[in-house]
Design a protein around this ligand. Structure first.
Ligand code: CA
Length: 229
């Protein structure tokens, strides 16, 4: 998942970015409104964390412009303490949730998780597809209740697909959302991760959870709830 952090307080921005990267997110940073707006409009981001007091263009105005463009990026707003008007205005402008400074990183992560799930249409922190379950809080995966040990990259890849069940996701999209550096982006690497994921999730080939859709990419099989293909 790719997160855009728009925050002009450098120490806080760096602290958030460091923690999110440690959690396996790809992070883009913007320290003023116009840069943030540009990144939100033109980059493949999955969630925005937006401070309201920003130079160049306020967070509120940035959110209003995005929503006016029809951009539905999930947005978590950061507000100063005691400024309840900010929260109300932020939500009215189209933000999805808010967090009051100072906050604990665990709280930020929990809110982000909830927004990402909600955007994907899941109400519960455990995403399921047939026998497959992915716990977004514990970052654990099970098949028929049995734990499956995945590397961080394998987990992220599966998490991304499980947020879009039945939807074909191209290798380009996967590399953009899963890799921080363009230099590391090689679609052959995605093929290797998909192959390993399939082996780990479905060693006997009974389930076939990840489909290859020719020319389109990979998809979590839509009929997974109905059983083997
Ligand atoms: Ca600020």
């Amino acid at each position: 998942m790719r997160i855009l952090v728009i925050e002009d307080e450098t120490p806080l921005a760096e602290q958030i970015a460091e923690r999110l990267r440690g959690e396996g997110y790809v992070v883009d940073l913007a320290q003023d409104g116009p840069t943030g707006l540009h990144l939100a409009q033109d980059y493949p981001v999955d969630l925005g964390i937006v401070d309201l007091g920003l130079p160049g263009l306020s967070g509120l105005e940035l959110i209003r412009r995005l929503r006016a463009d029809g951009n539905r990026l999930p947005i978590l707003v950061l507000t100063a303490r005691h400024q309840w008007q900010d929260r109300v205005e932020g939500l009215e402008a189209g933000a999805d949730d808010y967090l009051t400074k100072p906050f604990r990183m665990e709280e930020l992560l929990a809110r982000m998780n909830a927004l990402l799930r909600r955007a994907a249409g899941f109400a519960h922190p455990v995403l399921t597809a047939g026998p497959l379950a992915l716990d977004t809080r514990a970052k654990r995966v099970t098949v028929d209740g049995a734990p499956v040990s995945l590397t961080a990259y394998e987990y992220r890849l599966l998490e991304y697909l499980m947020h879009r069940p039945g939807e074909a996701v191209s290798k380009t999209e996967l590399t953009e959302h899963l890799y921080p550096d363009e230099a590391d982006r090689d679609s052959n690497v995605i093929e290797v991760f998909v192959r390993r994921l399939r082996q780990k999730l479905d060693p006997d080939g009974r389930l076939q959870p990840i489909e290859t859709q020719r020319g389109l990419g990979y998809a979590l099989r839509a009929g997974l709830d109905e059983g083997p293909p």
